[in-house]
Design a protein around this ligand. Structure first.
Ligand code: SF4
Length: 193
């Protein structure tokens, strides 16, 4: 990032930490801006913080996040080389899907993050990130593992790790098996840059 971009990033971070643009601010413990390296080719976008994330103010640190780290590691991709965040920066109560108006309110933050980071690839983790960024109603099952464009950045949808936690099967064609294929495709794509 340039010096100006560094400043813009710090301002964005502080805007998010004080944000009251939607009702989710009333029930959050912490905002979850996201974390990782800023000079990166790879950004992950999930749905929203869960309980552990809300408590720690960090993205993808609960069970789903740990599984994601494990799967990526197995495919030769380190989370330490990526930035990871969510569509909404405050936890939806009971982990419900964020409402349209909440995503709309928060999208300004996410878009600003992506335009400042300008990674080569954004991985949409799960249906919410996919439908929000791609403005599509098509399912994650139909679109995962394919490459799309978002303002000149390559989008790659994958299943959300919490979905994999609910379906432990490793059989051919299972969500875990398909995710493993996606991680390998992602690794291959990143090698092109
Ligand atoms: S979810 Fe986003 S828009 Fe809503 S209060 Fe939190 S940071 Fe602001």
């Amino acid at each position: 990032m340039t010096h100006n971009a560094d400043d813009a990033w710090s301002m964005l971070r502080s805007r998010v930490s004080e944000c009251t643009r939607c009702a989710l601010h009333k029930t959050r413990k912490n905002t979850v801006f996201g974390q990782g390296v800023l000079k990166t080719n790879l950004v992950f976008v999930g749905e929203g913080p869960g309980e552990t994330e809300d408590e720690q103010g960090l993205a993808f640190v609960g069970k789903a996040g740990q599984l994601l780290t494990k799967i990526l590691d197995a495919g030769g991709i380190s989370r330490d080389e990526a930035f990871i965040t969510n569509v909404v920066k405050c936890r939806p109560p009971e982990n419900r899907t964020p409402a349209q108006e909440e995503m709309l309110a928060c999208s300004e933050h996410l878009e600003a993050q992506l335009l400042l980071l300008r990674p080569k690839v954004v991985v949409c983790l799960g249906a919410t990130a996919l439908s929000w960024l791609m403005k599509t109603s098509r399912s994650i099952s139909a679109l995962r593992g394919q490459w799309f464009d978002w303002r000149g950045i390559t989008l790659f949808p994958m299943f959300h790790p919490s979905y994999l936690l609910r379906d432990p099967s490793k059989a051919k064609g299972s969500p875990k098996d398909l995710t493993w294929q996606d991680v390998r495709a992602l690794k291959k794509k990143l090698a092109e840059f």
